[in-house]
Design a protein around this ligand. Sequence first.
Ligand code: NAI
Length: 390
Amino acid sequence: MLNGERLIERPLRWGMVGGGRTGQVGYKHRSGALRDGTYRLVCGAFDLDAERGRDFGVKLGVEANRCYATYQELIAGEARREDGVEVVSIATPNFTHYEITKACLEAGLHVICEKPLFFTVAECEEIEKLAAEKGLIVGVTYGFTGHPLVHQMAAMVKKGMLGDIRIVDMQYTHGFNSGDDVGAGEAVKWRTNPKTAGPTFVLGDIGTHLYYLSEIVLPHMKIDKLLCDRKAFIPTRAPLEDHATVLMHYDNGARGRLWVSSVNAGNMGSQRYRFVGSKASVEWSDSHPDQLIYEVQGEPNRTLHHGMPYLEEESLAADRMGALHTEGLGDSWSNIYLWIAQAIDAKNRGDEAFLKTHHYPGIKAGTEGVRWLENCVRSADAGSAWVAFK
Ligand code: NAI
């Protein structure tokens, strides 16, 4: 169980690019990072509007002269200080991730970047090589995968409690884009333009969360082929999609079905995962993240609760609140940030043995998300044809 004790020797000097006052995801980063004394926020280029960014940064407790107008100024300004920033989080629209990550790595800074990581697998591979050359970590904020019961599902699959996995059923939907985009805010505008969002809208925006979580629970299974059907119900969003269905065939014979949509009008269910094996199934939703449904064929169904001693060690190790007291998204993000901090600390100490077994969402997780998107687009663009997974 985690209790806020600092698990690395000293706090990392941390900065943010993006995640400003009007940004949707910025606070999740800060509440995740600042929880356990593993990061200290020392600087930022928080906002495209430099004045607003400075005012915001100062109100977060950052010195005014370390609230920069651009990420380039941040990198240059911090390089001049003995106590300069060591790790930078990137919480900006998708099209900026690659260039900011590259610039930070070239300046010798660790990076924590939002998903979808970049536009292409080629970019991911280039950055993976650069990070390896520089001896730096790239973490990716798949913020839902710090929930203790996600790791319970993974442990149960690993122990064989479900039997052979046969069916994977995942859904991340909402209805917030059911209407047209006339008068839409910035966050919708950049998400629905291929120049700023990349090759996908909802597949990258929410589908990558499903895919990464399934990789954690089913690390032994790889996709052989997939079929993706995508559509823009609001025509101005084409060629990007506001709705998609993906069918997947895995190398162990399992079948997968994934549904992402931002036009599921009225739906507030968010994410739902069901992993079905030959003996039993588990079902989990981020709307009730501290409960896991466990159904053994021929037995009464059970609801497992977070923090209970009957859970697997991997789940209890990620617990913060203890049984009976609600765990939520903030706790999950804190775990993600903690695990990335431990990876950075190990990298700084040259502890490759620790890194070999330490679990955190890193560059490979980001790359696999982009690879999955590339395959989805290839299938959809071929008229929703089955394509071999490359
Ligand atoms: P947003 O549009 O709400 O906010 C973007 C923020 O970045 C704003 O503060 C803006 O001023 C700032 N910004 C934009 N370009 C900048 C630049 N060049 N330099 C400095 N600041 C800049 O976007 P939102 O929804 O917060 O998404 C940001 C990223 O986070 C996206 O990649 C998105 O996919 C991801 N995201 C991830 C979530 C997760 O659960 N991991 C949840 C929501 C978004």
